[in-house]
Write a protein that binds this ligand. Structure first.
Ligand code: ADP
Ligand code: ZN
Length: 726
């Protein structure tokens, strides 16, 4: 027998099929060890082949009791390979990282029980009257076995256990202990679907369409729809994949799902311990659980016979993987939905312009939920013009309205969320005398001051520097701080309201895998009054006692130099506003801005998604931006500037050759230039931007081929419709 094998080395030069013979049959998808060069390494069997003459060596052994790569995932890897993701790197996405090289195992422990051949009564007679400890142990086990470590913790000694095992009264066997990720404990509600929800579920289950967009305002009960659809599909032996945007959100959503589905749900994400991840993955693989939940990486869950793939908050940018191996979750989801003939369900209160256009064009079936579940409707949004505040003599970061409303909220024993789109204490440090700005030494980026650990940090590469007391350029002691971040906001709120319990939720405030969960749990149980945070606080949370949301510097996200900034701003405001007044009390939103007349704010304060969509899509159509075009960026990076620039020009020329060839109808324009951040982590960065007409897969794959250069000093990557381009 002969097989095609992909070896487990992440290197383009060997990312191809190697042929091996075998003395024993090897199922497709098996992890195997094979001789390679002078070593024995791991690899994956892709398929059996007839041409055994190509093989000179034999597979040494099969490494797991079952093939770890499903046939579907082999096809998916071929699909990803077309966008320059190495076969091996696609395969690696499908299994827990620690499975490779055998770094993680099942956790088996001794389980002690009364021997099957012995009854409790007989056993009692076999133990002498004097051995009280043995009687106690037997009594303890009379209602069922227990793990040995549990028994010893309860005070039973190993010696006593072993004595009874020797007598044949007790039996020990190895049994697996499941490592389970924590979830938030969520109060169980008994729920009858509203008509809107019922109709949505019926539509999804009975329609011939395969892809749906649920456009439902925040708090319209989308989760309940997802769960009812999944419940129906599980009854016909199908499985489901439930994707959520951020790991920090998962424990809550997991809690809701566990209430409904119990053990049928498994969580997959990189924040789990290796053991948890392995156990959850294996339960899905074996069909012991049928619902895979997690952030984007969970799209690679090892489930068969998928009935539904759900992407909650589909507009969220976390669904595109920024680092190699780059992929768009939606592409993989579409692939898996096609492969399994599954329903693909996208949900959002603020769908991406791209998805909404598809719904308009009819390739995605639109389901609209107009109403919140509760009776109060969406919270009112009040806009505060911060220029007027300054003119009125208030130079603090909070408007008078926000301060007085925070105070009312605290008095009413209700909770508030304050959203700031910036972490750290202050965005940059600038000398008031000479204008010096503290910059990262490795990136063309100004540093952010973090007062908690008295450091200046680069938010792009993470490099840290000592805080500055004097300007290193002119010695002046008057250093100005830039825009306030979460640290400063939280600390000023504590100054204003010394008795309030204030906490921060951002990437700095939390470390450790359950830290987010702890903060959110405390907030949920009312142990925190005011939660200050970055985008993390905007997403999906369902806290019933939150009645006030404050938005600081709402315009901040408008000025990123890319076509998506209006869209992102609209989404942020709508999402964070949606956290207020979700249950039995009405909500209120106070939005501070220096630019109150910007059209985005007018649409956002009215929750007018359609109005926003019409305006934004008209602009994009005219200015030739996605979704009316596809922007493809080849990013070229390297240590030396000149070679990077030269390669960028060469790639531009090659891409222009494509534009002048048979694919010319796909191209609108091709340009080369330095990237918006020209130097990052000590690498120079140039880019080639190709603007294509939509439906241009051939042109796209040709660009991928152009970008795949073989130069060990220069790295290239291709992004499609990049957001927040740096
Ligand atoms: P969305 O995801 O659309 O923002 P959720 O799914 O989080 O909204 O639902 C908002 C709240 O309404 C949740 O607390 C949920 O338990 C509750 N809810 C959903 N559907 C119903 C229903 N039919 N009856 C009562 N409460 C519901
Ligand atoms: Zn840096």
């Amino acid at each position: 027998m002969s097989y095609k094998v992909i070896v487990d080395l992440s290197n383009s030069a060997v990312d191809k099929f190697f042929h091996y013979n075998s003395d024993f049959p090897v199922p497709n998808g098996s992890r195997v060890s094979v001789p390679f060069g002078s070593k024995v390494i791991e690899g994956f069997v892709i398929e059996e082949t007839d041409d055994s003459e190509k093989a000179t060596k034999n597979i040494v052994s099969i490494l797991d009791p079952y093939p770890v790569i499903l046939p579907e995932m082999v096809e998916m890897s071929k699909f990803m390979k077309k966008s320059n993701v190495r076969f091996i790197d696609a395969l690696r996405l499908c299994i827990p990282a620690d499975l490779r090289a055998g770094r993680v195992r099942e956790l088996a422990r001794n389980f002690v029980d009364i021997a099957e051949t012995v009854s409790y009564q007989d056993a009692k007679k076999l133990i002498s009257e004097k051995s009280q400890a043995q009687h106690n142990l037997l009594d303890r086990l009379s209602t069922g076995g227990a793990f040995e470590y549990v028994l010893t913790r309860e005070g039973f000694s190993v010696a006593v256990i072993n004595r009874l095992v020797d007598k044949g009264i007790l039996e020990k066997r190895a049994e697996e202990i499941r490592r389970t990720p924590k979830s938030a404990s969520i109060e169980r509600k008994s729920i009858t679907l509203t008509n809107e929800q019922r109709n949505a579920v019926d539509e999804i289950l009975t329609s011939d369409d395969n892809t749906f967009l649920i456009h439902g305002v925040t708090g319209s009960g989308k989760t309940e729809i997802y769960m009812t659809v999944i419940e129906n599909l599980l009854q016909s032996e199908k499985t489901a994949i439930m994707l959520v945007p951020e790991i920090s959100l998962t424990p809550q959503m997991l809690g809701v799902f566990r209430n409904r589905f119990g053990d049928k749900v498994s969580l997959l994400h990189s924040g789990l311990s290796a053991g948890e991840r392995y156990d959850e993955w294996r339960r899905l693989y074996k069909g012991e659980s049928q619902v895979a939940m997690g952030p984007r990486s969970a799209i690679f869950a090892p489930v068969r016979n998928v009935g539904a793939i759900i992407i909650d908050e589909e507009h969220d940018t976390s669904y595109s993987s920024e680092k190699y191996p780059r992929f768009l979750t939606l592409d993989i989801a579409e692939f898996r939905a096609r492969y399994n003939d599954a329903k693909l369900i996208l949900g959002s209160a603020t769908p991406s312009i791209e998805t909404y256009l598809k719904a308009r064009e009819g390739t995605v079936k639109l389901i609209t939920l107009q109403n919140r579940i509760n009776d109060f409707g969406l919270p009112t949004v009040e806009v505060v013009d911060m220029r007027k505040e300054i003119r009125g003599g208030n130079v603090s970061i909070f408007s008078r309205l926000l301060v007085s409303t925070l105070s009312d909220t605290l008095l009413a024993k209700e909770q508030a969320i304050v959203f700031v789109n910036r972490r750290g204490y202050a965005s940059f440090v600038r000398c008031k005398n000479c204008g010096y700005v503290a910059m990262c030494t490795d990136c063309d980026v100004s540093l952010t001051y973090h007062r908690d650990d008295k450091r200046l940090k680069c938010h792009y590469c993470g490099k840290q520097f000592h805080e500055l007391k004097v300007c290193p350029q002119c010695g002046n002691q008057h250093l100005a701080e830039g825009f306030s971040g979460t640290e400063k906001v939280a600390s000023e709120i504590s100054n204003l309201f010394p008795t309030a319990r204030v906490a921060r939720l951002d990437n700095d405030s939390v470390s450790g895998k359950d830290a987010h969960l702890q903060i959110l749990t405390k907030f949920g149980s009312g142990e925190i009054d005011i939660l200050v945070g970055t985008q993390m606080v905007t997403k999906g949370h369902d806290f019933k006692n939150v009645t006030l949301v404050g938005i600081l510097d709402a315009d901040q996200s408008l000025y990123f130099p890319d076509y998506g900034s209006n869209e992102r701003t609209f989404q942020l405001i709508t999402q964070v506003a949606g956290r207020a007044g979700r249950e039995s009390k009405p909500g209120r939103v106070i939005m501070q801005t220096y630019n109150p007349n910007h059209p985005v704010f007018e649409f956002a304060t009215d929750y007018d998604y359609l109005g926003f969509y019409e305006r934004e899509s008209a602009i994009r159509r005219v200015t030739k931006f996605p979704p009316y075009t596809k922007i493809v960026r080849i990013l070229i990076t390297g240590k030396e500037e000149e070679p990077v620039r030269v390669v960028a020009q060469a790639l531009r020329d090659k891409t222009r050759d494509l534009m002048n060839g048979p694919l010319k109808d796909s191209f609108i324009r091709v340009q080369a230039m330095s990237a918006p951040i020209k130097r990052l982590e000590n690498n120079y960065r140039y880019q080639v931007i190709a603007v294509l007409n939509p439906d241009c897969d051939d042109a796209l794959y040709s660009i991928f081929a152009v970008a795949a250069i073989d130069d060990k000093n220069i790295h290239t990557s291709v992004e499609i419709n990049p957001r927040q381009m740096t």
